[in-house]
Design a protein around this ligand. Structure first.
Ligand SMILES: [Zn+2]
Length: 429
């Protein structure tokens, strides 16, 4: 007797019509036609069951603040940073918590159950840190929320940047962030990477740095980050976020850089929506896309996972908490359109991101946490193409969100009355 059996589900690895049996909050068995009963049985009818989406790069302290105190007129990263600087003195814990919880509600309905958020530590009052620690506790039953101490205005550049970041770690934030390309000079940026990696090594903490989020082909902080990772023995515990300068770098240099990143076992987190929106802003035409070299990084065996980064904040007026929207943009901006590519992109939103965040017992296998989602699509490629509806979101074996399938009613003589976009349109392959 199981608590729940999800029957006839397709899995992201290509297995079809599998039953997933759940007991005591864990996946107990996955097999075709499990001969057992359960308190609740759900027929997945060949839809795709997946582990939940994981967002390894987000800004929860800024989310849903769009328009406060004004809109970003130029749409650039730098005006976004300036705008956030205007908003920051007016932030209150209550407002930050309220907006973050509201975003988490949306995230859950989108099947997003683990998020790593950068928390701005630039203001010595650390209101953002207090608020996000509170949010972390509040959402713990349903979202695994990791916090990164992020010196938005620069570790060395902000007046009390060094002390504030250290205090955030003392308060319970347990990942070390950075923003070397925003320090005053390239040398100071390099020094910040060195200091922050040393700090992480001393405290036994992971590192996740905004790194080279610029079109400048000479911005080469990721090289330092990889070298410092190796030097301090931080392999596997370091993430480099954005790395957009790699888009513009010299090919010969990149041929040396990618093996170095692989050697350091760095996790790489491009943010396709934001990168395509914010980069290339000083170009006329042709205009650079500004996303890092995703296919090449993946081909080198580097763990690539995609972040949503922003939803309706000073940097980005769009976003919906839907990681399939992020993957959809990744397919286009990285020009990864083959069936195999789409599976890789889907994995980058799930298992790769879980690896980046170091999530335990994540995945669809016996013994894993019974955290899974059911999508209105039959496979990963279709899920990405349709930005599929998340029909069910299951946490520890319990349904915590449900959305009705998207079905259009058609009123045309001689044509079908109901249109399910995930049935009967894509070819069999
Ligand atoms: Zn970011």
């Amino acid at each position: 007797m199981f608590d729940l059996i999800l029957r006839r589900a397709n899995l992201p690895d290509g297995r079809k019509a599998q039953d997933i049996a759940i007991r005591d909050g864990k996946i107990a068995e996955i097999a075709p036609n499990i001969d057992a009963t359960a308190q609740e049985e759900i027929d997945a009818t060949g839809r795709l069951a997946s582990p939940p989406f994981v967002d390894p790069h987000f800004h929860m302290d800024a989310t849903l603040s769009l328009g406060l105190p004004r809109m970003n007129r130029s749409g650039t990263l730098l005006e976004g940073i300036a705008l956030w600087g205007e908003l920051r003195p007016t932030l209150t814990i209550d407002a930050l918590v309220s907006r973050a919880l509201r975003y988490c509600d949306l995230a859950v309905t989108q099947g997003l159950l683990a998020i790593r958020t950068h928390v701005d530590t630039s203001d010595p009052k650390l209101t953002t840190v207090q608020a996000m620690l509170e949010v972390q506790q509040k959402v713990k039953p349903y979202i695994d929320l990791q916090l990164v101490a992020f010196p938005q205005d620069g570790y060395f550049r902000a007046p009390e940047g060094v002390q504030s970041l250290t205090r955030a770690l003392d308060m319970g934030v347990n990942i070390v962030g950075g923003i070397p390309h925003f320090e005053r000079t390239m040398a100071e940026g390099q020094a910040s990477v060195e200091a922050l990696c040393r700090l992480a090594a001393e405290r036994g903490l992971p590192v996740d740095m905004h790194c080279d989020e610029t079109d400048d082909p000479q911005s080469r902080h990721v090289e330092t980050l990889a070298q410092q990772t190796i030097r301090h023995g931080l392999q596997g515990r370091v993430a480099g976020s954005h790395l957009t300068s790699m888009h513009s770098m010299d090919n010969y240099y990149v041929s040396k850089l990618i093996p170095l990143i692989a050697e350091s076992q760095m996790n790489v987190i491009p943010n396709p929506l934001i990168n395509i929106m914010l980069q290339g802003r000083h170009d006329s035409y042709p205009k650079r896309r500004g996303m890092t070299r995703v296919p090449e990084l993946m081909a080198a065996g580097i763990n690539v996972s995609f972040g949503h980064d922003c939803v309706m904040d000073p940097w980005y007026a769009m976003g919906s908490g839907d990681m399939l929207e992020v993957g959809h943009m990744a397919i286009h901006s990285a020009q990864m359109g083959s069936l195999e590519d789409k599976t890789k992109i889907f994995n980058a939103l799930t298992i790769n991101s879980a690896k980046t965040m170091g999530l335990e017992n994540y995945g669809l296998a016996p013994g894993c946490n019974a955290d899974l989602i059911l999508l209105q699509a039959r496979d990963p490629a279709e899920a990405l193409r349709l930005k599929a509806t998340k029909l069910l979101v299951i946490k520890s074996g319990k349904i915590i969100a449900r959305t009705a399938p998207r079905i259009g009613s058609l009123f045309l003589d001689g044509r079908p009355s109901d249109i399910d976009p995930a049935i009967g349109f894509a070819p069999d392959y």
